[in-house]
Write a new protein. Sequence first.
Length: 536
Amino acid sequence: MTYLALARKWRPRTFAEVSGQKHVVDTLVNVLDSGRVHHAFLLSGTRGVGKTTLARIFAGALNCEKGISSSPCGECGNCRAVEQGGFVDLIEVDAASRTRVEETRELLDNVQYVPTIGRFKIYLIDEVHMLSAHSFNALLKTLEEPPEHIKFLLATTDPQKLPVTVLSRCLQFHLRALEPAEIAARLTLILREEKVEADAAAVDILARAAAGSLRDALSLLDQAIAHGGGEVREAAVRAMLGMIDEAHTEALLGAIAGNDAEGALAAVAAMAEKSPDYAVALDDLLLCFHRLALAQSAPKAAQSLDGVPAGALALSGRFGAEDLQWCYQAALLGKRDLPLAPDPRSGFEMVLLRILAFRLEEGAATSTKPPAAAPKTVTPAAQPSTAPSTMQPPETPAKFNLSELNAETWPQWVEASGARAMVRQLALHSKPVKVDGDCVHLVLDNAPMFHEERAASLAGCLSRMTGVAVRLEFKVAEEADGADAVTPAQSQSEQADNAAAEVRRSVDNDDHVRAIKERFGASVVDVRNGDGGDGV
């Protein structure tokens, strides 16, 4: 017995059966019911979202023997012929294989002839953007002044490649990529009708893997049924797609949260036994980072989403908000670079090590701090902002005494703190003006530098140095006492300016430079003022 693929067997035959394109379906229904049928329609969108399907349904509605209607009978000879692909007045053209102008002209030579059996002669041109410039010119004249019995239905995945002269003569409809929930609902219906046992989790995985294309989802479903021996189970679907087990995902996230490189590599080794697709594994991590960020910033929105192991969500409190942003960006860039790696596994391992390397530079304090409900931003009129440390005082004797901290000793404290990246910059743009018990009051010379996560990390560094749970209070320089003190960043900037001025004087006084200036009318340019350098 001949088997019919699910994508063909379950192709919609009426507008009501089309999934996820209500905005287009409603318009086409209104066009048909009102009788105001334009001569040219352009359907655009990614693969497998229903462009050709809608065009065929529309063609059947125009040529139904019972009259033009948004609900063709589906039983007359014309409707059955359109459904079976044998309607003589529906000319389907694959523009990708007919790009030459001679072929287009030959096709359009028959435009003048009336339909053979239908009400309209319909040209359905798929991937119309593949036509050559000369072919578009040949088509344009017919689009400008078509006979009354001609309708054009154009479909494309890349409408930007169509000439504006063609676009301006068409009614344009963009079909969107379907949401995973919409695809999952359609797959569930088909599985029920086909009497195939399936796990809900497996259906969700297939829906996400289809990337918005219902046709791709049906092809994957066909493959999953064959792979699972007539059933669709989560473990079999994950194996088919090269996905990693949830336990491995949790192990990877736990290792990243704990800055544990050995643990991360051990998790990769366990994954490798099942020959995973490492690009898919990175997708899983990206999805987890996204869900964890939502769990921190918008818990209600995160509750309605799936795709993350329950154990992974428990790790949310071990990541800072900035931390998750970095992890997501590093994994995203790693996915781009993965094909360039000597082999997929080593590329995947380097992505993990890169994430861990920069997290360690930022300091472990940020990874243990619970996420703030809403990060505070210092403005000139803002009230003092307190950033408590979540670090416990170390058991080893402290090497620094908090009472000795002041504006003069602050640069040495910053160097000894081990702070890196933006945490270090926050420290350099600050200066202590008072130490009150375990609370250090600092003045900030640059308000945008402040962030709760950085302040907490800096407080953690000072806590480790002193053995005291240090608290920090920041104020903007304009609003605080002691604003005349100089921050390390300001001091460094002043020293750099003085050094540049000294170099400028040295250059101006050089005999060779004077001779060149006098002979050629040359001048000395300070490249720090716009030419991108660091000197004169």
